[in-house]
Design a protein around this ligand. Sequence first.
Ligand code: UFG
Length: 342
Amino acid sequence: MNVLVTGGAGFIGSHTVVSLVEAGFNPVILDDFSNSEAGVLDGLEHILGFKPKTYPENCRNGDTLRRIFHEEKIEGVIHFAAFKAVGESMQQPLKYYDNNVGSLIILLQTMLECGVSNLIFSSSCTVYGEPDTLPVTEETPVKPASSVYGNTKQIGEEILYDSVAAGNALKIIALRYFNPIGAHPTAAIGELPRGVPNNLVPFITQTAAGLRESLTVFGDDYPTPDGTCVRDYIHVLDLAEAHVSALKFLLEMKATNYYDIFNIGTGHGASVMQLIQTFERVTGQSLNYKIGPRRAGDVTAVYADAYKSEQHLGWKATRSMDLALADAWRWQQAIATDKNPA
Ligand code: UFG
């Protein structure tokens, strides 16, 4: 079965392409490489033994989508393509609303027009904001978004909900990702942030590799056991496999009109300090870090209740944080320094 993977050359997208092939699906990538490298396709070829069919185009174009739906006989879509830098989204809100929300609307319109009904959407645990209770279930209230990026995910979920509620022939799952880390164990694909990484693990691996002088821990005065923020770090391959489980779930159901949301996390919270200590233990590297002020917009703690995903999708994270950090480090060592521009 042919599946369109928008943003398939990105971090989560590329790992999902691997999981799709392993599960017997035929992924077709649509990616304009605005935040990814063509070398990802070589990495995929190394793992899969072939280069997945790729359209190097923007997905916010109905003509492009229509053409691919017809040419490739697409039966399902996994929509990763989006901008994701929280800070940048506050500086350039229209760029984010245009791309993230605009692409989803055009995608849904074109799916309806072409009779493609199955969709998996990338949402985020950012919709929970600073939750009142932990772990967060899918019933935990959505809080007003603290960033434009977060708001594009909330609006995206509302668009999906309304489109299905209107009775359209659409079967849609929104996956609320927690914090993906790690890389493929072959080190042929992984995370490739451009410029200074925003996220913790790429910053850690680049610091350990000597590309950054030191990591700043953003605050150690939070009301958590060691004072640093708590997140639910999930191996990107576990996250990738969640998409396969969700797609199978949609394909097997009898309903022709369906929308639901699922948390995709491990169910375990880890603090920034725990993550640093685990990295040092599993890699044998000693990390140069210092404690700095809090980062604006960070929540104290968020981790998933992943029961609903296990119950309905039959999916559960199986890989450890040790493995994820070892894989992230192997990937960092494998990539040339010129892929990590200052
Ligand atoms: N952190 C540091 N130093 C750094 C980078 C991060 O201490 O140099 C800390 C942060 O303060 C936070 C934790 O590491 O406590 C994780 O930070 P990340 O930036 O890796 O991840 P976030 O949880 O902030 O963000 C992630 C995704 C966003 C998404 C958000 C939802 O990257 O896309 O989760 O909560 F919106």
